[in-house]
Structures are given as structure tokens and as C-alpha cells.
Design a protein around this ligand. Sequence first.
Ligand code: AMP
Length: 283
Amino acid sequence: MPKEPLILRGVAGLREQVGTWRKSGETIALVPTMGALHEGHLSLMRLARSQADRVLASIFVNPAQFGPGEDFDRYPRTEAEDLSKLATVGVDAAFVPSVREMYPEGFATRVHIDRLGDVLCGAHRPGHFDGMALIVVKLLTSALPDVAIFGEKDYQQLQIIRRFTADLNIPVRILGGAIEREADGLALSSRNRYLSPEQRKTAVALSAALRAVRDAVKAGGDPSQAAAKAREDVLKAGFDSVDYIEVRDPATLELVTDPGKPARVFGAARLGATRLIDNWAVE
Ligand code: AMP
């Protein structure tokens, strides 16, 4: 049986543990998650293993990044299974705080990121990135890891994190991990478990449509036309609505209108009550 990670529930204990590692000269990689772990998360843990002497995962379903009417209450919480999975990839410790620990009585601080946070998911989930940034700032300043690892599945999130860690002089290296997918191309997500078997079959249409945009843009096609066709295709396949399918600059997230420019294809669409996101690099 692989050794289960040490469970830390408070910031004080987390700092003590990190301090112990530091005293022995060890480096630390942090991988923040909201739990309901799947292979996508585990691939980030493995990447973390290759980057530092100690791997610290966090599991926290962060209320600040869910809007009213979003899935905070029904978000899957599977702590025992998650800890067993973390054991299989050699994670040393898991930080699993309560909401009270992270947002004690009197908590009053917000973090906001202009521009990068205003487009794509930022335009469709008001306050989401502020809430995400708030918890990531807290996790980074509590653990002070050498490197923190985030998935390209949430590419906009990754770019926002790069921005605010630079802006706030948080001394950490931010590293992105590649998107893990099912055999048919669906990006792994904790939210996939909401899908009925029927919806699961439809779900693949989002990644397929984004990939088709990538292929069209790569072949010199017009980015906005390709994106418009993808929006139609996703609806035809059975999605209930499309929040966006757009081609944007991978660094600035500005809209790309000319073929031949650096580009990434982003999409978010809804299947019943489930919102799925995905993206593909144009390369
Ligand atoms: P979450 O638990 O959904 O907040 O995700 C935690 C981290 O895992 C984030 O950095 C995500 O981008 C990353 N992640 C989620 N799904 C995948 C995936 N399919 N492949 C790679 N990383 C992922």
C-alpha cells in the first residue's frame, strides 16, 4: 500500500511542515485542486514530483469562486478517495482546510485582475477569477512553495495566476501542465461526473469543434469564421448553449482576427446544468 499523504488542516500546521522541509534544504512543489481527483490532477502531481523534493497538494472547494446559482453545493467532495489517489503518485502532504480556516470571521479582502480576467470565462462568470485569485494568493503565501503547478485545461486561470504572482511579487515559479483527455478527446474534468450517459456522448463535440477550429486556423483559415462554425456545430451536436468559442492570443488573451498570428482556441458550453470548458493550442 502506498503511503497516504500527511493531512494538514490549518495554515499554522502547513507552515510548520513546510518549515521542517526547508530546514533540511528540500524544495517544495504545490498543486492546488478542488478535489474529486482524476488523471488530469494526477498528471500535475507527477509533474510536481519531477520538479521538487516535496509535493504538497491542496484540496479546497473554494466558495469565493462560485457565483450564485453555480454548483458549489453539489460540487463532488470525495476526500477519502482523493487521499488514496494522492498516495499512488507520491504526494507528501495534503492541505485540506475548512472554509472557516481560509475565510475566518471578519474576512474582507478581495483580489481583482484587470483585462485578462474580463474576457472568456471572466465575462460569463462574474467574480469567478477574483475568487480564484484570492484563494491562490492565500495558498501561495501560506505555503511559499518554490513552484506551483496548474493545468492548461484552465488556460485563462493559468495566465491570470502568472499575471498576479508577477504583479504581487509572490516568489514562486508557475508551471503549466498539459490537458489530459479521454480516448475520444473529452478533457478530463471533475464536472464530467455530472453528465448522464447520453450527455457524455454529446460532450465530446466541444473538444472536437475546438480542434476543428485549430486545424482551420493552422491551415490559414479565418479565425472568426472558424469559431462561428464551431458554435453552430456544438449546438447541432446537442449542447444547450455556448458561452463562447473564440480564438485568442495565448499571452494577452486578446481576440485574434488575422490568420498566422499566435493563437489558442477557447470554448465553454452548457449541457443541461453542466458547464464544460476546453481549449487547444494552434501550433
Ligand atoms: P480543479 O480541481 O478543477 O480546480 O483543478 C485543479 C487543477 O487541475 C487546475 O490547475 C486544473 O487546470 C487542473 N486540471 C483539471 N483538469 C485537468 C485536465 N484534464 N488535464 C490537466 N490538468 C487539469
